[in-house]
Design a protein around this ligand. Structure first.
Ligand code: XMP
Length: 518
């Protein structure tokens, strides 16, 4: 991996398939300690080469008694590195180090209270009675491994926490990484700082400095191409690359004619005028609209847009002499999904996907954000001086407004949608709701209905307003926008946007609906 040598101190998280594994990593990073998630069966030589200051074994859906249950390489316990097993990770410790695990009489799921019976180590400065924790397990430990002692008990788990302070191996039956365990952060920090003796040195400032250093080292005197979309990830990549190699970065921004109002101008103003980045602006709107003419099927729209983007991008990229690298805004969750033992279903970012271009043009990839979570990318953006408008931006789909026009796409429907969308953005921002919603936008419906305007009867289109709250777009719920905000948006759209006489609010959640209509 690209930046490996730069992190002096790091913690290794071995993934046994828990839905919370990413959360463990986020908590560790929030405590300013660098960590990485690897599959549970990472070869022991690689574990050794990783030089972890500590190892965390995640939870997981398995039971140690199942055939083929994922185990830990026993070599891990011989490294002299502190180990913390969480939930299934703790049961593994008991099972593999000479204790015993049995099926509990009843599954324990949800909140529980733990009494701490050992005040040092993991539980230094943690209250002793009735510590609120979150449990989720079917098995329980009935015999501790030799040299282990009980550190916490709950009604249902006589060994809710255990440890061998001599060997620095600990286990907790509950989940310290979730918000429902309020002292979980302190417990994890006791592991990181008291037991592993890590220093809180992982900051975005240190990340930016080392990332820029290694980009310089890797790129040397060569040139790098970057597809700029104006979204958070590609913007951060572009500015970071520019800090590292200046004019040898060439950004390509393709206007597909499906952008929001003012977007092409904003991107050029920020990146070319303000950051003075080499920016190739290609206005391909006519070509895109041409190929989309009379296309109704949403999947076909997406394909046409994706393919034409690659064609145009490649043509432009070939004009840059001596380019050897392609920079991309891949994030850590994308990386985890591809390596994880049993990750959530893969989400494919089509707008970042430049097809087989790197192979065809023999470009090597540079992915400076591949170790970061989204919130860390935003912090890096701030560190690099990107405007807040870009940093906090809502996601916008690669196929743009084309998938928000139900039916065929043409200049006049785009114009209507663009104006309606701009009003929504303005009003949501003015009401202080922009940061509370994941996305907000208009959808243009192929429905006409009757209205009256002044003395005249109208027969015009309807716009659906969509505003959702979400943490990762996998699930979403409609935002409970105040009636006044809804009212203002509706009034303004009907009065200001010619061709629309009705606005409806979409109150569907995902699942079973999706965020976008197409
Ligand atoms: P859905 O509609 O599936 O959307 O709930 C989840 C997230 O993905 C975005 N989205 C897309 N992004 N190309 C993209 O680049 C697409 O074709 C596409 N479709 C949906 C959507 O905006 C939401 O954030």
């Amino acid at each position: 991996m690209m930046f490996d040598h730069l992190h002096q101190e790091r913690v290794l998280i071995l993934d046994y398939g828990s839905q919370y594994t990413q959360l463990i990593a986020r908590r560790v990073r929030e405590s300013h300690v660098y960590c990485e998630i690897h599959p549970f069966n990472m070869p022991i030589e690689s574990v050794r080469a990783f030089e972890p200051k500590g190892i965390i074994l995640s939870g997981g859906p398995s039971s140690v008694h199942e055939e083929g249950a994922p185990l830990a390489d026993p070599g891990i316990f011989e490294l002299g590195v502190p180990v913390l097993g969480i939930c299934y990770g703790m049961q593994l410790l008991a099972h593999q180090l000479g204790g015993a695990v049995e099926k509990a009489e009843r599954r324990e799921y949800g909140p529980a209270l733990v009494d701490i019976v050992f005040q040092g180590d993991l539980f230094t400065d943690i209250e002793t009675e009735g510590v609120r924790v979150w449990m989720s397990h079917g098995d329980r430990i009935v015999k501790l491994p030799p040299n282990f002692r009980i550190m916490g008990r709950s009604d249902n788990s006589p060994a809710a926490a255990m440890g061998d302070p001599q060997r620095k191996i600990y286990g907790v039956q509950f989940h310290p990484e979730v918000a429902h365990t309020p002292s979980g952060k302190d417990i994890l920090e006791n592991f990181l700082f008291r037991i592993c003796r890590c220093k809180p040195s992982w900051t975005m400032k240190s990340f930016v400095e080392s990332a820029i250093g290694s980009i310089r080292e890797k790129v040397g005197d060569d040139r790098v191409i970057c597809a700029l979309s104006g979204g958070v990830d590609s913007s951060v990549v572009a500015v970071m690359l520019h800090k590292a190699i200046g004019d040898r970065l060439h950004c390509i921004f393709v206007n597909n004619g499906l952008l929001r109002k003012g977007e092409a101008e904003t991107v050029q103003r920020i990146f070319r005028d303000h950051f003075e980045i080499n920016l190739i602006y290609v206005d391909a709107s006519v070509e895109f609209l041409d190929r989309l003419r009379e296309v109704e099927d949403p999947e076909r729209k997406r394909k046409i847009i994706g393919n034409l983007f690659i064609e145009i991008f490649e043509e432009e990229a070939r004009r840059i002499p001596g380019a050897r690298y392609l920079a991309q805004g891949t994030l850590y969750p994308d990386v985890i999904e591809s390596v994880s033992f049993k990750g959530p279903s893969a989400t494919i970012k089509t707008h970042h996907n430049v097809g087989g271009l790197p192979e065809r043009m023999q470009l090597e990839l540079i992915e400076p954000l591949r170790e970061l979570f989204k919130d860390e990318v935003r912090m890096v953006g701030r560190e690099l001086g990107l405007p807040e408008r870009i940093i906090m931006r809502h996601p916008f789909p690669g196929p743009g407004l084309a998938i928000r026009i139900i039916g065929t796409v043409d200049p006049s429907s785009l114009e209507i949608l663009r104006e309606a969308d701009a009003i929504i953005q303005e009003e949501i921002e003015a009401a202080g709701w922009y940061e509370h919603v994941w996305q907000s936008f208009a959808v243009l419906l192929p429905v006409r209905s009757v209205g009256v305007m002044g003395d005249e009867r109208t027969y015009e289109q309807a716009v659906a307003l969509r505003a959702v709250e979400s943490v990762d777009a996998m699930t979403a719920d409609w935002a409970r926008l105040p009636y006044e905000v809804l009212g203002r948006i509706s009034n303004r759209i009907i009065n200001e946007v010619k061709g629309v006489n009705r606005v409806v609010y979409d109150i569907s959640s995902k699942p079973p609906s999706t965020i976008e209509w197409e």
